[in-house]
Design a protein around this ligand. Structure first.
Ligand code: SAM
Length: 253
């Protein structure tokens, strides 16, 4: 829920407004919303005590709740009934070389909608972005989780260098390296082969991976080079195309 990212909506009587909270959820439990959420409900949605909304926290499933306090000092809501039990999302990570601000916002939002569980920014030799705004990324991920009906928010990790990513990679997790250089399996084939096991997708920056990075990746036992077809895709397009194919073949589409 972030105003600039959110289309102002009227408070739906059925509680369609859906918010991610960090507190525990359970029948009769009351949750105090944070300042941003309170402001959004009171001043953007113009909601009042008695209105219904939907909450989730990534642990206790999804709950219908009623606003029991709508005051200047903040909004409190009380859980009425569970509307969905907690369910896991497929164990798919996206490691990506960050691209300029807008595409990164877009990439985080769309990858969250596509069910990614971890977003890992990677600084490769040709990455032009010097730093990432983790708070902004997290706000985008929360907003996308609220809108898409997910029951969890993807984990946004701190950016790491390419060398550190490979040095600390969990060997049991298959890394599907999107390599536009050719000589690679199709993403469909790779997704089929990685089905059932922990998997990650890796995409490069606008300028691609440099030869030394490609050689380093191809030398690793847990890495599988994959092709996303005959055309060169923009970095954010590649990440989302790879995720969608993986979800369709090995995930929960
Ligand atoms: N090296 C590319 C070029 O010569 O224009 C630019 C890299 S592309 C814009 C950004 C990233 O998207 C690549 O590093 C790769 O991870 C992924 N990618 C783009 N097209 C791809 C394809 N057809 N197959 C596999 N990966 C692709």
């Amino acid at each position: 829920m972030t105003e600039e990212l959110n289309e102002p909506q009227l408070m739906e009587p059925g509680g369609k407004t859906r918010l991610y909270v960090t507190g525990d959820l359970g029948k009769g439990m009351t949750v105090s919303l944070d300042e941003g959420q309170s402001h959004y409900l009171l001043h953007v949605l113009r909601s009042q005590a008695g209105n219904l909304l939907t909450l989730f926290n990534g642990r206790d499933g999804e709950w219908q709740a009623r606003i029991t306090q709508a005051a200047k000092r903040g909004v409190a809501v009380t859980c009425l009934q569970q509307t969905q039990p907690q369910a896991g999302t497929p164990d798919i990570w996206l490691a990506f070389a960050p691209v300029k601000k807008t595409p990164s916002d877009y990439l985080v939002q769309k990858a969250s909608e596509l069910g990614v569980s971890v977003l890992q920014p990677v600084f490769t030799r040709r990455t032009v972005v010097g730093r990432i705004n983790q708070e902004r990324m997290r706000a985008n991920a929360v907003e996308a989780a609220e809108q898409s009906g997910r029951l969890s928010v993807p984990e946004i990790r701190e950016g790491v260098t390419f060398a550190r990513l490979l040095a600390t990679w969990p060997a049991e997790r298959r890394l599907l390296f999107c390599d536009e250089g050719g000589d690679a399996k199709t993403m469909t084939q790779a997704a089929r082969e990685s089905r059932g096991g922990p998997t990650a997708i890796l995409t490069g920056p606008e300028g691609g991976f440099d030869p030394a990075e490609r050689a380093a990746l191809r030398a690793l036992p847990f890495v599988m080079p994959v092709s996303l077809g005959p055309r060169i895709l923009r970095a954010d397009t590649a990440a989302l195309a790879a995720l969608a194919i993986w979800q369709a073949v090995a995930g929960d589409f």
